[in-house]
Design a protein around this ligand. Structure first.
Ligand SMILES: [Zn+2]
Length: 232
C-alpha cells in the first residue's frame, strides 16, 4: 500500500485498491442480534491486475498479502475460528465486493492486509469516518461509521498482542474505501519491514519467519477478541 500522508486532513490513501464506489444503501446490520458463529474475514488486498506496491526484494504486494492471508487462515482454523477470505488466488476483487463479502459473513472481525516497504513494523489503520448511530439504512460509503468504536477496540486488542510479541506498531485513522463500507469491526493492517535500532531492515514483509510471527500474534489477538465478544 502506498499511503500518501497528507497534512492536517490525516492520511489520504493512495492504494490502488481504494476505488470510487457507486452510491447505494445497504440494510443496517449494527442493530441485528450478534450471530452465535464468530467469523473472521481476511481480506488480502490487491490481486490480479492490481499488483499493489513492490517490495525491495522485487516481490509484489499482492503476493505478500495473499501469503499472509493463507498463513493467518490456517492458524485461525487450527484454533477453531471460522474464516472467510476475499480471495484465495491472484484475482481481481474490487472494493465493493470485498465489503460485500465481509458484510455477508457478518464478520466478528475483518482484517484487510497490505504490505509496504515504507516505515517499520506493523501499521494499523482504522477508518477516519466519524462515529454514527446505527440507522435503518446505512449509506454504503460510510456504513463503517456505526462500527467505529468496535473497530477501534479491535485495533486496540491487536495492538496489544503485537506489542506483546515485540513488534513496532503504529496506529492511525484514514479513509479506507473497502473498510469504510464494512458493517463489522474492521481495520487495515500493513506489514512494513522489521528494523533494528539503527533503522536497518532485519526482515522484509515477505520473509516467512516474520510473516509467521505476525500471523501468530494476530491469531492470538483474534482468539481473545472472540472471547471478549461472548461476554454479556
Ligand atoms: Zn496496499
Amino acid at each position: 500500500m502506498r499511503w500518501s500522508r497528507g497534512p492536517a486532513a490525516g492520511l489520504a490513501v493512495g492504494c490502488a485498491a481504494i476505488l470510487a464506489l457507486t452510491a447505494g444503501v445497504l440494510p443496517a446490520k449494527a442493530q441485528a442480534p450478534p450471530s452465535s458463529r464468530f467469523v473472521v474475514v481476511i481480506d488480502a488486498a490487491h490481486g490480479g491486475a492490481d499488483a499493489g506496491g513492490r517490495l525491495s526484494s522485487g516481490q509484489l504486494e499482492k503476493n505478500v498479502t495473499l501469503e499472509l492471508s493463507v498463513r493467518l487462515r490456517s492458524l485461525l482454523a487450527a484454533r477453531g475460528i471460522a474464516v472467510t477470505t476475499t480471495r484465495e488466488s491472484d484475482i481481481d476483487v474490487d472494493a465493493v465486493r470485498r465489503a460485500e463479502i465481509a458484510n455477508h459473513a457478518r464478520a466478528g472481525a475483518c482484517l484487510s492486509l497490505h504490505a509496504s516497504e515504507t516505515g517499520s513494523g506493523i501499521h494499523l489503520f482504522t477508518s477516519s469516518l466519524a462515529p454514527t448511530q446505527p440507522a435503518r439504512f446505512e449509506a454504503w460509503k460510510t456504513a463503517q461509521g456505526a462500527w467505529i468504536s468496535r473497530s477501534l477496540a479491535l485495533a486496540g486488542a491487536i495492538n496489544f498482542a503485537l506489542l506483546h510479541a515485540g513488534f513496532d506498531v503504529t496506529l492511525s485513522r484514514t479513509a479506507l474505501t473497502a473498510v469504510d463500507s464494512m458493517t463489522c469491526p474492521a481495520l487495515a493492517l500493513e506489514v512494513a519491514p522489521a528494523r533494528g535500532a539503527d533503522g536497518k531492515v532485519t526482515a522484509e514483509p515477505d520473509d516467512a519467519t516474520y510473516q509467521a510471527s505476525v500471523a501468530n500474534a494476530l491469531a492470538s489477538a483474534l482468539l481473545e477478541w472472540r472471547m471478549e465478544g461472548r461476554q454479556p
